[in-house]
Design a protein around this ligand. Structure first.
Ligand SMILES: Cc1cc2nc3c(=O)[nH]c(=O)nc-3n(C[C@H](O)[C@H](O)[C@H](O)COP(=O)(O)OP(=O)(O)OC[C@H]3O[C@@H](n4cnc5c(N)ncnc54)[C@H](O)[C@@H]3O)c2cc1C
Length: 458
C-alpha cells in the first residue's frame, strides 16, 4: 500500500483547495510545500512592524452570499466552508486611464456600460452584445486557440476601446504577449467586469489559515520546508516523490501545482521549455504612506489601470521595467476596511527577467532604487506626487518571484500554453493551478477543486 492516496506538490491556493476537496472525501493526503509559509505567489511577510501581502491587490469573481450559482459561492460549498462567515469587502470602484479617455467600472456592470456609451458611443451596442456572449461562453469546452483581439475588433471596431478593455484583463491574467486566447479572455472578462473585485476583511494570512484549518480538520497532513526533488515514475505511472534530503514517499496519485516547466523539471517530460515558459513578468512596488494622503492620491478609487500611450502593447519590455503603463492599487480602498495610520499604494509594472538576472548584487540594489524612482514619476502623473511622503517602501522583481515560487523566469501567469484537462503523460500525475488555465486567487482555487472532481475522487 502506498504511503498516501494523494500527494500534492505546493501549499499554494490551488494545492490547498485541492487538498480540502479530496480530504473531505476521506482520502489520505499529504501536501508538500518548499517554504515555511503557505500561499505561493499569494503569501505575506513582515517588515517594520507591517504585515505585507505579496500578491493581494484584490480577489476577483465577487458574488453576494445568496447567489448559489456564482463561482465564488460554489467554491465555498465544494470546500465545505461557510460563505456567510467569510466577510467580503467590495471595491469602491476602479478606472482604466488612457491619455484621451477614462472608463470607470465597479461590481455593477451598468457603470462600465454607461461609461462606454459616453466615451465610445459607436461601440455601445457592440459592447452589450459582447457581454451577452461572454455570459454564456464556455471557456473550458475543447476549442482551438482564438484571437481575443480579432474577436473584439469584430464587435467593437475601435482599437482604442479594445486596448482599454484588454489592459486589466491581460495584466491580471495573461501569460501570452500581444494577444490572448478567447477562452482566457472570457475567464478574465467574467472575473473582473461581470463579477468584480473584493478582498477578505482580514489579510491573506487569515484566509490561508482558514484553508489550512479546514484541510487539517478533514485529516489532511501538510509539511512545510519540504522540497520535492524528483517525481519518480516508469513509462506510464508515477510511483512516488523523492524529497531534497533523500526521503522517498509513495503515492497512488500526485497533483502538481508548480506549473508545466516546474513539473517537467521534476520528471523527464520532454516539454520544450522555451514554449512553455511565459515571458511576462512584473516588478511590484509597495509604498506605505500617511493615511492623511489616501483620499487625495486615490480619489477613492480601488485600482487604476493606466497607460501613458493609446497604442499600448502587452509585451515584455526591452529594459528592466516599462513604467509607461501598469497598475496602481490602493488595498485599503474597499468598503468597510478600517483606516490605519498608514495606507499602501502598490504599483505593478512589466519587467524583463533576463535583464534583472544579468545584474550583480550591487547593481541589482541600485537598479531597484532607480526603477522605483522612474515608476513613481510615471505614477505621479496620474495620482500626484507622493515620493516625498513614503514612510516605507519595498519592491520585488522577477527574480524574487522566481525565488519564492519556483515559477521559471518569474512568469507570474505561468505557461502561455495551458493544459485544461490537467493531464500529463503519466496516468496518475495531474496539473492544477495557473498552468491548468484558471488564474488569480479564486481561479487557482477553482482549478484545484476542478481537477480533484474530474480525476481524483474515484
Ligand atoms: C505581485 C503579484 C500580485 C498578484 N495580485 C493578485 C491579485 O491581486 N489577485 C489575484 O487574484 N491574483 C493575484 N496574483 C496572482 C495569484 O497570486 C496567482 O495566480 C495564484 O496565487 C497562483 O496560485 P497557484 O496555486 O497556481 O500556484 P503558486 O502560487 O505559483 O504556487 C506554487 C507553489 O508550489 C511551491 N513549490 C514549487 N516548487 C516546489 C517543490 N519542488 N517542492 C515543494 N513545493 C514547491 C511553491 O513554493 C508555491 O507555494 C498576483 C501575483 C503576484 C506575483
Amino acid at each position: 500500500m502506498a504511503d498516501y492516496q494523494l500527494i500534492i506538490i505546493g501549499g499554494c491556493l490551488s494545492g490547498l483547495a485541492a487538498g480540502i476537496r479530496a480530504a473531505r472525501f476521506g482520502q489520505n493526503i499529504l501536501i508538500l510545500e518548499q517554504h515555511s509559509l503557505p500561499g505561493g505567489l499569494n503569501s505575506w511577510y513582515f517588515r517594520h512592524g507591517h504585515l505585507l501581502e505579496t500578491g493581494l491587490h484584490a480577489m476577483t469573481n465577487f458574488a453576494p452570499v445568496g447567489d448559489k450559482r456564482a463561482p465564488l459561492n460554489r467554491l465555498f460549498r465544494q470546500l465545505k466552508l461557510s460563505r456567510k462567515r467569510f466577510v467580503t469587502r467590495e471595491q469602491f470602484g476602479s478606472e482604466i486611464i488612457f491619455p484621451d479617455h477614462r472608463l470607470r467600472f465597479s461590481n455593477d456592470l451598468s457603470l462600465l456600460v454607461q461609461e462606454i456609451a459616453r466615451e465610445f458611443p459607436a461601440s455601445g451596442q457592440g459592447f452589450l452584445r459582447l457581454v451577452k456572449e461572454m455570459e454564456t461562453y464556455d471557456p473550458f469546452a475543447p476549442a482551438p486557440w482564438r484571437s481575443a483581439r480579432e474577436y473584439l475588433s469584430e464587435r467593437l471596431a475601435d482599437p482604442l476601446l479594445e486596448n482599454m478593455l484588454l489592459l486589466p484583463l491581460m495584466v491580471y491574467g495573461n501569460a501570452e504577449e500581444q494577444d490572448m486566447d478567447l477562452g482566457q479572455f472570457a475567464i478574465m472578462f467574467r472575473a473582473l467586469f461581470l463579477e468584480g473585485f473584493f478582498r477578505p476583511e482580514e489579510t491573506i494570512r487569515e484566509f490561508l489559515g482558514l484553508l489550512i484549518d479546514q484541510f487539517r480538520e478533514f485529516g489532511g497532513e501538510i509539511r512545510f520546508k519540504t522540497e520535492v526533488a524528483e517525481i519518480v515514475h516508469d513509462q506510464s505511472r508515477v510511483q512516488g516523490l523523492r524529497l531534497q534530503g533523500g526521503e522517498f514517499l509513495t503515492a497512488d496519485r500526485v497533483l502538481s501545482t508548480v506549473g508545466l516547466p516546474g513539473t517537467a523539471a521534476l520528471t523527464d517530460w520532454p516539454l520544450e521549455q522555451k514554449r512553455y515558459t511565459g515571458r511576462m513578468s512584473f516588478v511590484e512596488t509597495i509604498s506605505l504612506l500617511p493615511e492623511s494622503r489616501r483620499h487625495d492620491l486615490s480619489r477613492d478609487r480601488t485600482i487604476l489601470f493606466y497607460s501613458h500611450s493609446n497604442s499600448w502593447q502587452y509585451q515584455r519590455p526591452e529594459e528592466l521595467i516599462d513604467p509607461s503603463w501598469g497598475v496602481i492599487c490602493f488595498p485599503e480602498n474597499f468598503q468597510g476596511i478600517k483606516a490605519k495610520k498608514t495606507f499602501q499604494l502598490r504599483v505593478t509594472n512589466a519587467a524583463n527577467y533576463d535583464q534583472w538576472r544579468q545584474l550583480d548584487s550591487g547593481a541589482y540594489k541600485k537598479e531597484k532604487e532607480r526603477c522605483f524612482k522612474e515608476s513613481t514619476e510615471m505614477v505621479a502623473k496620474i495620482v500626484g506626487n507622493y515620493a516625498q511622503d513614503v514612510v516605507y517602501q519595498d519592491s520585488f522583481t522577477p527574480l524574487t518571484i522566481e525565488r519564492f515560487t519556483g515559477k521559471g523566469a518569474g512568469a507570474v501567469y505561468g505557461s502561455p500554453i495551458k493544459i485544461k484537462d490537467g493531464r500529463t503523460p503519466w496516468e496518475n500525475l495531474f496539473i492544477a493551478g495557473t498552468d491548468q488555465g484558471y488564474l488569480g486567487i479564486v481561479g487557482a482555487m477553482l482549478s484545484g477543486v476542478t481537477i480533484v472532481n474530474q480525476h481524483l475522487l474515484g
